[in-house]
Design a protein around this ligand. Structure first.
Ligand code: SF4
Length: 378
């Protein structure tokens, strides 16, 4: 299959491993910022093929994992409202409706909030549904005007255009019963937060190919320059990742810091300009809390004031909800590349995919799930 088989070719992979071995002369620490890349690294054992001087750490590249507990609790509070709003309805924007239908991507359903997850809300009678696109939620809002339809808009820049489009369409159609719980996060501010943290050891990055397909890579150039780190936009197949690692290590060994593009078959420097336009039209950049990490300035997206009527936090009055993170889960350290999943005392014992304590064990892109699934104990 074009663009898949050739990037899983064993001989090509071996050539990059040998090139890396010839290139590396001293210790380097590199980070990938994409859950898909993390899973490829673990699945194909790429980290085991590298010289011992190269340390790979995993960054906050799983959108489900970085969604804070607080937002999960807000989602659970909204999804748990099957009751009709009493008359007169105390919330001006909320009409007397039959209840709430809450749509979410599948990975979010099992991520634990403070006390329960969305699947439990469903088991208790809540109308919680898994969906692949916000447009499906929009369709239901059109068909059943007697229900409040809420979409859980999580993800990096990759999913933001479709979610922005859904909100824009809802406004065009004048849909009063559609809203989104927006939890988008942005990659460049996360990279800056990692690089500026005291004790940072990361010296080079693989940037996420999917995000850069939408946003391009011009945003990464000032970061590479300011912090003097090479950043290589990289794809998701084994040969992509080995080539991305080779390019990053070569730049480090040669004393270069710049942004390079390994994933040229999909990414252009300027990205998808139309997708960026719809993001900017509907969303504003805002400070955002990342699970286990805390607030990173200007690292998230929120609905612009012109679209405030589609903001589920305002409509359901959950904007001020705040909670504490569970102390046992060290997801924050894992998401910053400071620990690896097997260093968590709960890994594989009290925390498994069947009984997860934290999001990185639930999500299909989570680092803990990757280590558990592919049997890595170190
Ligand atoms: S193994 Fe479980 S408890 Fe430990 S960091 Fe990962 S998700 Fe959290």
């Amino acid at each position: 299959m074009k663009y898949v088989d050739e990037y899983r070719d064993e001989a090509a992979a071996q050539r990059y491993v040998e090139a890396i071995q010839r290139t590396v002369t001293r210790p380097w620490t590199l980070m990938e910022i994409c859950g898909g890349q993390t899973h490829t690294i673990l699945k194909f054992g790429l980290d085991r093929m590298l010289p011992e001087e190269v340390t790979l750490v995993h960054g906050p590249g799983c959108p489900v994992c970085v969604t804070p507990v607080e937002l999960l609790d807000k989602a659970i509070a909204i999804a748990s409202r099957p009751e009709r709003c009493p008359e007169p309805c105390p919330e001006p924007r909320r009409r007397a409706v039959e209840g709430v239908t809450f749509f979410s991507f599948g990975d979010m359903l099992r991520v634990p909030g403070s006390h329960k997850d969305l699947l439990m809300v469903k088991a208790e009678g809540g109308d919680v549904r898994m969906v692949y696109s916000p447009l499906d939620a929009l369709k239901l809002a059109q068909q059943d005007s007697g229900r409040e339809v809420v979409f859980f808009a999580v993800g990096f820049e990759t999913t933001a255009p479709a979610n922005a489009m859904a909100v824009w369409q809802a406004q065009q159609m004048g849909l009063p019963n559609f809203s989104v719980l927006a939890a988008h996060v942005l990659v460049p501010p996360a990279i800056e937060a990692i690089l500026s943290a005291p004790g940072n050891e990361v010296q080079g990055f693989l940037a996420p190919g999917h995000v850069c397909t939408v946003m391009g890579y011009w945003e990464y150039e000032p970061i590479a320059e300011q912090y003097r780190v090479p950043i290589v936009v990289t794809g998701f197949e084994p040969v992509d990742i080995l080539q991305g690692l080779y390019m990053t290590l070569k730049a480090l060994e040669e004393g270069r810091w710049e942004v390079e593009n390994q994933y040229a078959r999909s990414v252009r420097r300027e990205g998808n300009v139309q997708a960026q336009q719809i993001i900017r039209q509907v969303f504003d950049v805002t400070d955002r809390a990342w699970r286990g990490i805390g607030v990173i300035p200007r690292s998230g997206l929120r609905l612009r004031e012109e679209y405030a009527e589609f903001d589920a936090e305002r409509r359901f009055d959950v904007a001020d909800m705040a909670v504490e993170e569970a102390p046992e889960c060290i997801a924050g350290l894992i998401l910053q590349g400071r620990k690896k999943p097997p260093e968590c005392t709960a890994f594989g014992t009290r925390c498994t995919p069947e009984h997860p304590l934290g999001a990185p064990m639930v999500s299909s892109e989570g680092a803990c799930a990757a280590y558990y699934r592919y049997g890595q104990k170190t």
